[in-house]
Design a protein around this ligand. Structure first.
Ligand code: NAD
Ligand code: WQD
Length: 338
């Protein structure tokens, strides 16, 4: 029996593939490399087994997906594949709805057709927008603020309805802000084009690809005036997926449950830069610039449900996140060679 990991060459999917292998599970990866590289598959195989199965394909191609379910003995799915840029989703909403909803529907349909009942889905804290109460629990109102965010809200709803109709067991994992890399430095985040997430921008400055970081706003109502987020190590997230698959057989059986995956700790932009400076061993230039439209002031997770139902808690702190991200980035200043 194998776990199908969609988006398996991507940032979180690749780390999860390694964690699944370490947990003794058979893994089948599928990806169309729209935001990743075949070199990531080589890196996963180097950390796991040269025989690890990888299929190149687009989840919207139903026949291709059917062939994968027919060729391999899939009994569980982790569905990561999606476009993930908030800003791109605002300029190309149809592309985002087509890809993200098309992929989710394709995966759910193939599962139903092939009698596969267990699914872990990549959702996001973006479904909460700016919550009224922090730390935010899974019961907080849904307030997506971008087409990307809506694709997560809608995918959750599609899966809730399908789970009820088809008797699926589903975990909707709402990640906070993933940072870090595999501690070997051989696997890490490799965004296409100009980075816009904080850690890749900080690292681009550290390797000299950018002159300085523009810190988006220094006058928020937060302890140091910069925005606060819940940064979580990507390997902790990967281990959260293994825990979620296990829980689908126990605490989550017969349910479709949304669960926050975060540390429960809020860190400011300046705290992230300071942690990066400690990791790199050199100052990192930054400048406070205008607020970025659409940014929320602060959010961090109430992570108690994950502890309760998954038995999962993050293990790695901000220093470890930036240390591992830096190990990866310094070994691969230009990311994977595409
Ligand atoms: P990523 O872009 O690195 O990985 C996604 C992978 O999916 C890529 O390798 C891409 O090539 C693939 N893909 C996209 N559309 C596809 C399709 N139609 N068919 C086949 N493959 C396709 O992103 P990530 O950071 O690893 O994110 C994984 C998931 O987690 C996404 O669903 C994302 O929305 C969600 N998420 C990410 C973050 C974050 O900040 N990284 C936060 C919360 C949620
Ligand atoms: C983090 C903080 C910025 C870049 C996004 C998505 C969210 C989720 C995670 C997928 C913010 C500040 C950043 C820079 C800066 N993804 N920043 N200068 O916006 O919290 O969340 O990724 O689901 O949906 O919205 O992440 O990394 O872009 O920003 O000052 O050059 O860093 O203002 O406070 P964000 P981010």
């Amino acid at each position: 029996m194998a776990v199908l990991v969609t988006g398996g060459a991507g940032y979180i999917g690749s780390h999860t593939a390694v964690a699944l292998h370490e947990a003794g599970r058979e893994v089948v990866l599928i990806d169309n490399f729209i935001n990743s590289s075949p070199a990531a598959v080589d890196a996963i195989r180097a950390l796991t087994t040269p025989d690890l199965v990888f299929v190149e394909g687009d989840l919207r191609h139903r026949a291709q997906l059917d062939a994968v379910f027919e060729a391999y003995d899939i009994d569980e799915v982790i569905h990561f594949a999606a476009h993930k840029s908030v800003s791109q989703s605002v300029s190309a909403p149809l592309e985002y709805y087509d890809n993200n909803l098309g992929a989710t529907i394709g995966v759910a349909d193939a599962m139903v057709k092939h009698g596969v009942r267990k699914l872990v889905f990549s959702s996001s804290c973006t479904v909460y927008g700016q919550p009224d109460v922090i730390p935010v629990t899974e019961r907080a109102p849904i307030r997506a603020e971008s087409p990307y965010g809506w694709t997560k809200v809608m995918s959750e709803q599609i899966l809730r309805n399908t789970a009820a109709a088809e008797d699926l067991d589903v975990a909707l994992l709402r990640y906070f802000n993933p940072v870090g890399a595999h501690e070997s430095g051989t696997l890490g985040e490799d965004p296409n084009g100009v980075p816009d997430n904080l850690a890749p921008v900080v690292m681009a400055v550290a390797v000299g690809r950018l002159d300085k970081i523009g810190v988006f706003g220094g006058d928020y109502a937060t302890p140091d005036g910069t925005c606060v987020r819940d940064y979580v190590h990507v390997v902790d997230l990967a281990e959260g997926h293994v825990a979620a698959l296990d829980a689908l057989d126990t605490t989550l059986r017969g349910t479709c449950t949304a669960i926050n995956l975060g540390t429960g700790i809020g860190s400011s932009v300046l705290e992230v830069i300071a942690a990066a400076e400690a990791a790199v061993g050199e100052p990192i230039a930054y400048e406070i610039v205008d607020r970025r439209p659409g940014d929320i002031e602060q959010i961090y997770a109430d992570a108690s449900l994950a502890a309760e139902v998954l038995g999962w808690r993050s293990q790695r702190d901000l220093a470890a996140m930036l240390r591992d991200h830096w190990t990866w980035q310094s070994m691969h200043p230009d990311g994977f060679v595409r």
